[in-house]
Design a protein around this ligand. Structure first.
Ligand code: SP5
Ligand code: ZN
Length: 351
């Protein structure tokens, strides 16, 4: 298995996220990725590579998934933030005003000139700080996803996009949930564009993969399946219910399996087996797994109870599909254990 790791990930290092009226330290920290990379090396699982992708191909792959106006916004956001006030360079950019959905109350079709307003236009929470290195890190993460898709396309059984910031909450024109570019969606679309007719995305992060669901909701060629904490109580709250089954030509091609906070491995595993059957019934010819490790019992912001040894079983169950598979690194905030848990999963897949 080839792992493509993001050499620029640490340029994205948020200071604070808004939580219940306070700025608290970010959970999504660079050490998460460093632990996974160190554990891959310690156990000598596969080979580590930096992504080598030319700029034009990378921009094209990003543009297949994200709106050009949104991409341009991200590329220049930091400079605009600092231009508002030079002392902003000392602070992460966080939004504080948002247009809600009703188009007669708030227009989304006329992006304001004001930067703080546009920051809110493209964001859906105040927990996703943007800083000087965010764009470089996120763009290089998309290169990892594209390189992993190409590796699988070139005949590898599996490849791992080891990158942060994560991606599965990012939609066509919005960021949030610590995510800016949807790495899993970029990989899935790249596999489609390389000729794989039916691609499945099986999201095992604790949080619903709302960005990925939105991107593919009206499409029958990409099946999206997500196992996650019930949005009644869990982030991202406004999507992820079982009755969301896709729309138009995509009807029947989205499957949500929400589970209550407190779910342990036996019930989680039963849901995974159902998800795996859905992928098999779809007759997918490639699989993308947004691999969040925040289902771990020790995760500080999540509510499932998986143990380190369970991830080996998870990897084995995913491997039974026998599909070329791209893994993307998503959540997982128990920093000391995230490397062991991620590599357990990959080793279980590989055994
Ligand atoms: C990729 C991913 O896993 N994104 C998750 C985003 C969750 N954001 C909201 C988390 C709320 C954090 N609660 C802070 C608790 C402070 N003690
Ligand atoms: Zn998560």
């Amino acid at each position: 298995m080839k792992t493509f790791h993001n050499p620029h990930h640490a340029l994205h290092q948020g200071r604070h996220e808004m939580f219940r009226g306070r700025l608290v330290a970010c959970h999504e920290v660079p050490a998460r990725l460093d632990h996974v990379r160190a554990e891959l090396q310690r156990r000598a699982l596969g080979s580590l590579h930096e992504p080598v992708i030319d700029d034009a191909a990378l921009d094209a792959a990003i543009a297949r998934v994200h709106d050009p106006r949104y991409v341009a916004f991200l590329a220049h956001a930091w400079d605009e933030w600092v231009a508002l006030d030079p002392s902003n360079a000392q602070r992460d950019a966080l939004p504080s005003v948002w247009p809600l959905g009703n188009p007669h109350a708030f227009r989304r079709d006329r992006p304001p000139a004001n930067f703080a307003a546009r920051l809110g236009l493209y964001a859906f929470d105040a927990g996703t700080p943007l800083m000087a290195g965010t764009w470089t890190a996120a763009r290089s993460g998309a290169a990892c996803a594209l390189a992993a898709a190409r590796a699988v396309q070139d005949g590898q059984r599996a490849a791992f996009a080891l990158t942060r910031p994560p991606g599965h909450h990012a939609g066509p024109d919005f960021f949030g949930g610590y995510c800016f570019l949807n790495n899993a969606a970029i990989a899935a679309q790249a596999l489609r564009d390389a000729g794989r007719a039916r691609v499945a995305v099986l999201d095992i992060d604790y949080h619903h993969g709302n960005g990925t669901q939105t991107l593919f909701y009206e499409r029958a060629d990409v099946l999206t399946v997500s196992l996650h904490g019930d949005p009644q109580t869990e982030y991202p709250f406004f999507l992820g219910h079982a009755d969301e089954r896709g729309a138009g030509p995509g009807e029947g091609f989205n499957l949500n399996l929400p589970l209550p906070r407190g779910t342990g491995f036996p019930a989680w595993r039963a849901a995974l087996e159902r998800a795996v059957r859905a992928v098999a019934d779809f007759r997918a010819d490639a699989l993308v797994v947004p691999m969040g490790m925040d289902t771990f019992e020790g995760d500080p912001i999540s509510g499932f109870l998986l143990r380190s040894a369970d991830y080996t079983t998870v990897g084995r169950l995913l491997a039974e599909l026998g599909l070329p598979t791209v893994f993307t690194f998503e959540g997982g905030y128990a920093v000391a254990e995230v490397g062991i848990n991620a590599v357990n999963l990959l080793e279980g897949f590989w055994q």
